[in-house]
Design a binder for this molecule. Structure first.
Ligand SMILES: NC(=O)c1ccc[n+]([C@@H]2O[C@H](COP(=O)([O-])OP(=O)(O)OC[C@H]3O[C@@H](n4cnc5c(N)ncnc54)[C@H](OP(=O)(O)O)[C@@H]3O)[C@@H](O)[C@H]2O)c1
Length: 258
């Protein structure tokens, strides 16, 4: 029963930004459950290390690419298309953040964050829809999972104007794509994490301290790797096949109870 509901063995899964942090946690969850996982980040060395680490549990392949550029997205889509005849699950996780005061916030910060978080996800979907279509059936739709953020719902403490705006954009873009792709048996959902101790969050925790960072979190802990892997596996499995256009907060109640 568990396998029937939540099994993802044999699925072909792409996790962008899978070399560390939340992406690595999600990639490891899928590899351990028997999926064939592709991961991507800019740093070829970090990609190779993640591939090696994950390969002890199953099948993992790293493809370095800069998804903030159209060339990078094209080369990743071409590489996957050359190796696979279908893609079951696309997880747009790679993301960038930029913090700066209102007075000094640069245009380059907006470009970097939007090029990756919003345009990057949209154009990777555009490039990979043909391969997702080949996996899609009424009983088992192909899945797109975009990683949003609770910062797309509420106003964060720090001055990350482009980031919070980009995550709100990812949430709305996902609902729009869900409507467009439902007739093609492709679901589109968002996981909106709370605070996960990754490179991205490191500066905030160092600056404000763990206690202050966790103060607004009802469940009083950080997001853990299993929280992220579990939510993504649910959305990618039979159990999640009738869910589309949803934004699932995995945040210890931060966005949902305050
Ligand atoms: N950490 C949190 O508390 C938190 C909360 C809510 C949402 N999120 C979201 O969760 C996602 C993952 O964040 P994280 O905390 O795991 O961040 P992270 O530790 O900084 O990891 C980001 C990943 O994305 C890759 N990446 C960055 N720029 C890229 C580019 N241009 N092209 C391809 N890959 C790129 C990085 O590898 P390279 O540097 O080698 O490219 C890395 O693998 C992001 O979308 C983030 O916004 C995080």
């Amino acid at each position: 029963m568990l396998e029937e509901l939540f099994g993802v063995a044999g699925k072909v899964v792409l996790v962008t930004g899978g070399s560390r942090g939340i992406g690595l946690a999600i990639a490891e969850g899928f590899v351990r459950c028997g999926a064939r996982v592709y991961l991507c980040s800019r740093d070829a060395e970090a990609c190779a290390l993640a591939e090696k680490e994950l390969s002890q549990y199953g099948e993992a392949h790293a493809i370095p690419a800069d998804l903030g550029t159209s060339e990078g997205r094209r080369s990743l889509a071409d590489a996957i298309t050359a190796r696979e005849d279908r893609l079951d699950v696309l997880i747009n996780n790679a993301g960038a953040i930029w913090a700066e005061t209102l007075a000094d916030y640069p245009e380059s910060g907006w470009d970097k964050v939007f090029d990756l978080n919003v345009k990057g996800s949209f154009f990777l979907v555009q490039a990979l829809v043909p391969l997702l279509r080949k996996a899609a059936t009424a009983h088992d739709p192909a899945r797109i999972i975009n990683i949003g953020s609770i910062d797309g719902f509420h106003v964060p403490h720090h001055e990350t104007y482009a980031y919070s705006s980009s995550k709100a954009a990812v949430h709305q873009l996902s609902r729009h794509l869900a409507a467009q792709l439902a007739p093609e048996k492709i679901t589109v959902n968002v996981i909106a994490p709370g605070m996960f101790q990754s490179k991205m969050l490191k500066g905030t925790v160092e600056r404000r301290g763990e206690e202050a960072v966790l103060a607004p979190v009802p469940l009083k802990r950080f997001v853990e790797p299993a929280d992220m892997a579990g939510a993504a596996i649910y959305l990618a499995s039979h159990a999640g096949s009738y869910v589309t256009g949803a934004i699932l907060p995995v945040d210890g109640g931060t966005a949902t109870t305050l």
